[in-house]
Design a protein around this ligand. Structure first.
Ligand code: ZN
Ligand code: FE
Ligand code: FE
Ligand code: ZN
Length: 258
């Protein structure tokens, strides 16, 4: 199993030492384990690490790579693509294995944060979904990232659009295909009100039709969440015909048979 998107306490909203996450990953039979903590940016600073933390983050994980040889440990960042003006070269050029590009903000609205859930009532769900997938398309076209993070996070609280999701996601899927990006199948959605994988089945079918590379993740913010529902998810993908997952080392794509 691969679990490529996990957090550390540096982002201020995850608990447990990276070493404990790794021990848990080994226990769960995970072979490839990656940290992708929330990268610093000059915006929404309380939910992410500081620029001054980057070095110690990278060094800490590299030390663990040397200590635990029975598991492949990778290091990356989960980077907010929006607000675009805060994309930072220090993160984009960081010497890590991969960058996961995520959209958590529409304008300055953190749409997945329960603190700001009231904003959903003030806006049109169709417009929200259209804007969200437009950002995913631009994220893919930016060529900055290796992996698309929780591709349909916009459904987190269970708001459903009237427009078929395949129509809403179509251009984003095309852009992902064209850019050769991978998409993570992220189990965190199963812990959220929507109770579905990110992405859901319809988008997953589109990705498979286009032969887009997939990887898997639990997006753990605590030790107990490491590998959450990963076994079941890997089995599900196998049943859908997936034979290999992807990971990145030094930004180079590698394949892992499942
Ligand atoms: Zn987080
Ligand atoms: Fe995220
Ligand atoms: Fe995350
Ligand atoms: Zn995430």
């Amino acid at each position: 199993m691969i679990d490529i998107h996990n957090h550390t306490p540096l982002c201020n909203h995850a608990k447990g030492e990276p070493e404990e996450y790794i021990q848990q990953a080994i226990k769960k039979g995970i072979k490839i384990y990656g940290f992708a903590d929330h990268a610093p940016m000059e915006f929404d600073k309380q939910y992410r690490m500081d620029f001054n933390d980057m070095q110690s983050y990278e060094q800490k994980i590299k030390k663990l790579q040397k200590k635990y040889k029975e598991i492949k440990i990778l290091i990356g960042y989960e980077v907010d693509f929006t607000p675009v003006k805060y994309l930072d070269k220090r993160v984009i050029n960081a010497p890590v294995d991969y960058l996961i590009g995520s959209v958590h903000f529409l304008d300055n609205w953190g749409f997945d944060n329960p603190e700001f859930i009231k904003e959903w009532d003030k806006r049109d769900v169709e417009d929200i979904y259209k804007e969200y997938f437009h950002h995913i398309e631009k994220l893919a076209n930016s060529k900055i990232f290796n992996i698309i993070g929780h591709m349909d996070l916009i459904k987190v609280f269970g708001h459903k659009p009237k427009t078929p999701i395949k129509d809403l996601a179509k251009n984003a899927v095309k852009a992902i295909k064209k850019a050769g990006l991978a998409v993570e199948v992220n189990t965190a959605g199963l812990r959220k009100p929507v109770k579905e994988l990110y992405p859901g089945d319809e988008i997953l079918e589109m990705l498979l039709e286009e032969n887009i590379d997939l990887t898997t993740s639990s997006d753990a913010h605590s030790v107990e969440q490491v590998g959450f529902m990963l076994k079941e998810t890997t089995e599900k993908l196998k049943k859908m015909g997936v034979e290999k997952l992807v990971y990145f080392e030094n930004k180079q794509k590698k394949y892992f048979k499942i």
